[in-house]
Structures are given as C-alpha cells and as structure tokens.
Write a protein that binds this ligand. Structure first.
Ligand code: HEC
Length: 495
C-alpha cells in the first residue's frame, strides 16, 4: 500500500472545504481529510484495509487526545505513519469524523471474496508430531499472534499472525484444522497436519466470535458489524450464507452432541438454534437476553445471564426453555466458569466482573424418580427432577475474570484482577495463593489434558505464560510473551 505524500498543495485543496459552519463542520472537513490521507490504508468507508478499521466500535475506548497523538506521531514499528504536517485543528476534525457512526455498512459475499487469500506457506519441516489431544493454542494479544504449543513438552511449534483477537480460536472436532478469528473479521484456516496456514478471509468488519460445526464443514462468524451471522464453507473459505441478526449479537457456539449452532444476543431475549446442515434456524424465547453464558458439557443445560440482570437463567436444552432462575448480582462471568463433577453431579464455580467473589452453583436432583432425556438417546438418564442451588460464595482478593479447574485437581484456580491467582478448595472453599510475578497482572488459567500442570498468563507487554505443577505448586517453566491471554487445550476447551 503506497503512503500518500502530504504536500502543501493537498492542504490548500482541503482548506477549501472549510466554509461549512454548523455543528458538524469538523466532521465534514474531517471526512475530506480522511479520504485524502487515511482511506488508502484504512478503507474509504473506514472498514480497514492494511490498517485496522477506524470506527467507534474499535477506537471507542481511546480518548480524543490519544487518537490525535497516534495521528500526529504515528505508531512505532508499524506502517502507521506520522502526520506531523497536519495542524492540531485538522487532526481534531479527523478524530471527530472517526467518532461518527458508520451507516449502511456493506459487507457482502463479493466484498468477502475480494479478501480471500490462499496462503503460500510451506508445511513445517521437520513436521511436529505432538499428542494432538494435549495441543494448546496460546493467544498473544500484544502481537496479535496465535501460537501452537505441544502440551507435553511445552515447546512452541508455530505461530500465525491474525491481528487484534476477539473470542477464542477453535479446533475442529477431527483435529485436522484450527480456525483463528480476529476482531476485525479475519478468519484464518490452519492445517494441523501439514502445520501451515491454508487461507484467510474477512467474514465481517467487527466480529464477536467464531464456531466450527461438529462435522467440521461449516464455520459460523458472529458479527457485530454488519449485524449478522456469516456461514463459511471450511473447504474453500467462501461464504455460504449471510443471516441478518439485527441487534447486538452476543456469540455463537457449536454444540457437540448435535449438529447445531447456538446464537445469543446481548439485547434480545432469544436463543437461535441453527441446524449446521440445512442452516435453518429455530428461535427460542428466554426470560432475559444472554449476554454471557456457558454450556455444560453434557449439553443438558445452558446457563446464562444478562449484563444488567439480577439473576442467572437455567435453560434446559432438552425442554427448550428456561426452567429456573437463580439470584446473581455483580455480573456473574459465566463464559469463564469452572465446571467439574459428573453427569448429574455437576458443580460450577464462576467469578463476578464487579464483585470480588466466586459463587459455587451445584446441580441437585429432587422429587420422584423419572426419566430425563429420550429413552435410548445419549441424553437418557434416570434421575429425580433437578434444581441448581448456590452452595457457597468465597471472597476473593479482587474481582476476577476467569475461573478454571480440572476434574483431577482439588482446587478451582481464579484470577483476581491483580498479581495473585487464588486457589479455592473444591471441598472446603479454603484459599491458597500464587503470585507468579509480583506487581504484574496475572490472568486466565488453563490446564494440561491430565490436570498435572496449570498455565497462567502474565498480562503485560513483557509478560509470560508461567507453568505450575498443580500438586507441588512449583513453577516448572516460563515462556515469554507480549500480553498473553487465553490458552486453549484441545481436550479441555470444548466451546
Ligand atoms: C500507510 C498506511 C496508513 C496510512 C496512510 C494511515 N494509517 Fe493509520 N494505521 C496503519 C496501520 C498499519 C495501523 C496499525 C498499526 C499497528 O499495528 O499498531 C494503523 C493504526 C492507526 C490507528 C490506531 C487504531 C487502533 O485501533 O489502535 C489510528 C487511530 C490510525 N491509524 C489513524 C489514522 C489516520 C487518522 C490516518 C490518516 C490521517 C491514518 N491512520 C493513515 C496504517 C496507515
């Protein structure tokens, strides 16, 4: 992408647009300056090209002052140039324009196909041969990379650049391919046999997350912009169908026991179930929008909550309705809940985004015996009827974001928004602590397949993934990364 020269002539031309004087004067001039200086890299509609999208959804958290500084000084070690020759007033006008909402966003099949890129990556040589059931993907937020790591030896095998990453990367159930989704809509297909990138396509402008169907054939991309769910053929990365989903899409997940995607919304009290073969949708009503939820691995329950709600809703996937509500203030963070136990002995522990505590929620069976599930089906179970009950709440050092555990270890590990990871005994709730790097934020925990080791992220520019023996709590290895976030184990990370 050629960088347009900023010349005096250019500035004169621009200043001729100035006479407009109304509340939007800055925006109007900003738009013209944008077209001239920024559009070649950031797209004429601000959708992003070689540079990222410049829309309220992506720059919303940055202050005007910070944006002006980026434009004036550029960004180091990147292709974002400095525009020191623009005046402060001109830069302020551009920033005002960047704040304006994008209307009538057009991102259809043609636009997507225009971004489809087959990779000329060669297979890795020598070809790694790790235990695929213990493979990890590690998201390095500071660099926008996803790394593949052997979970037995903790050696890094390969990495792929995706850009800003939103939602987790996904393996297909066959462990043939991994799919990495970026915030700006990019989806990368990676071959786990040849160990190479296969292709990438831009399935949206601003994306929440992705999911792969049980048979590995369809990829669903939940987009915030444009508001839709885009279905992509994994064989070609070509779009199959775009389904309008007005409102704020929450997320899409693939069920593992049936060929269905589940789609949630942040502002609509509905779940959509999509058949991954016919792509037909069944819409089911909820008592509140699920801005956050998890699916219990037996796929009998989907447990969700709304952002502003005061309760958690138990959605019974077999009865297809909300069957119970449980109190839940303090923004329970359900998507990151820790689960353990068995089919009808499930226990869930989840942190709260705005309150320093972990809640232990347990499935209790009650009443007369009767049959749940279709007789003879995988879901069949003879139990009493059920109820989910809060069994205890444990106070944390600070509000946490992620809770994780493994069936074979005694504790639930939670981050606390600080340098401390707290280990809560499943039995007693008693608390132990680990401080991987004093003064540096520790966050997100994942375990190896057998639960023998825990991986903790130090979420700093000069951060690391620190690996602990879960029995001795001794550190066994430290791998440096720039803002590492999620770590995804092939066996443990089901959704
Ligand atoms: C030569 C290409 C190019 C041009 C021209 C360009 N940019 Fe960029 N811009 C980039 C790239 C590449 C990045 C991402 C840098 C990185 O990786 O950190 C970027 C990043 C940014 C960011 C940070 C975005 C974020 O989400 O963090 C802002 C803001 C920005 N550009 C504004 C502008 C404005 C305003 C203009 C026009 C005055 C402009 N850019 C012109 C390439 C360009």
């Amino acid at each position: 992408m050629r960088f347009p020269k900023i010349t005096g002539v250019g500035l004169v031309v621009v200043s001729m647009v100035l006479p407009v004087v109304d509340a939007h004067a800055g925006t109007v001039e900003g738009k013209e300056l944008y077209r001239q200086y920024c559009a070649p890299c950031h797209h004429s509609q601000r959708y992003g090209l070689s540079g990222p999208p410049l829309i309220p959804e992506t720059i919303g958290k940055k202050k005007d002052r910070d944006l002006a500084e980026i434009v004036r000084d550029g960004l180091p070690a990147s292709n974002m140039p400095a525009f020191g020759t623009l005046s402060e007033a001109q830069i302020a006008d551009i920033v005002a324009f960047l704040r304006s909402p994008v209307r009538d966003m057009a991102w259809g099949v043609e636009e997507m196909l225009g971004t489809l890129k087959l990779s000329d990556d060669k297979p890795l040589s020598p070809r790694p041969n790790p235990d695929m059931t213990n493979l990890f993907m590690i998201v390095e937020g500071g660099r926008g990379d996803v790394h593949f790591m052997d979970g037995d030896t903790f050696t890094l095998l390969d990495k792929v650049h995706v850009g800003t990453i939103h939602g987790g990367p996904k393996y297909d159930e066959q462990m043939k391919y991994a799919y990495l989704g970026g915030r700006d809509g990019w989806v990368v297909k990676y071959d786990l046999d040849a160990w190479r990138e296969v292709a990438r396509v831009r399935g949206g402008i601003n994306t929440r997350n992705i999911a792969v169907s049980k048979d590995g054939k369809v990829l669903a991309v939940a987009n915030a912009l444009p508001a839709n769910v885009t279905l992509i053929d994994t064989a070609t990365l070509k779009p199959l169908k775009i389904i309008d989903a007005p409102g704020k899409s929450g997320a899409v997940y693939a069920l593992r026991n049936s060929a269905r995607f589940v789609i949630s919304f942040r502002d609509r009290a509905e779940l959509w179930f999509m058949d991954t073969g016919t792509l037909e949708i069944e819409k089911v009503a909820l008592d509140q929008p699920f801005s956050d939820f998890f699916i219990e691995p037996n796929e009998r329950f989907l447990i969700g909550a709304g952002r502003d709600g005061d309760h958690i809703s138990i959605f019974d996937l077999e009865r297809k309705k909300v069957t119970q509500s449980v109190k839940g203030e303090g923004m329970p963070h359900l998507a990151s809940a820790a689960l353990w136990g068995g089919r009808w002995e499930s226990i869930v522990a989840y942190p709260h985004i705005t309150a320093p505590r972990v809640t232990f929620l347990e499935l209790v069976t009650v009443g007369d015996d009767h049959r749940l599930g279709q007789p003879g089906s995988a879901n069949e179970a003879v139990v009493n009827d059920y109820r989910w009950e809060i069994k205890k709440e444990v106070k944390l050092k600070g509000a946490g974001f992620f809770a994780r555990t493994h069936n074979d270890i005694p504790d639930v590990w939670v981050d606390t928004g600080s340098d401390t990871i707290q280990l809560l005994s499943k039995k007693t709730g008693s608390v132990r602590e680990l401080v991987p790097s004093p003064g540096k934020r520790a966050m997100h925990i994942e375990f190896t397949k057998d639960g023998r080791f825990a991986l903790v992220s130090i979420w700093e520019t000069d951060g690391a993934v620190v690996i602990y023996d879960t029995a001795s709590l001794k550190e066994v290895k430290r791998l440096p990364f720039n803002r590492p976030v999620g770590k995804y184990n092939a066996t443990l990370k089901l959704y």
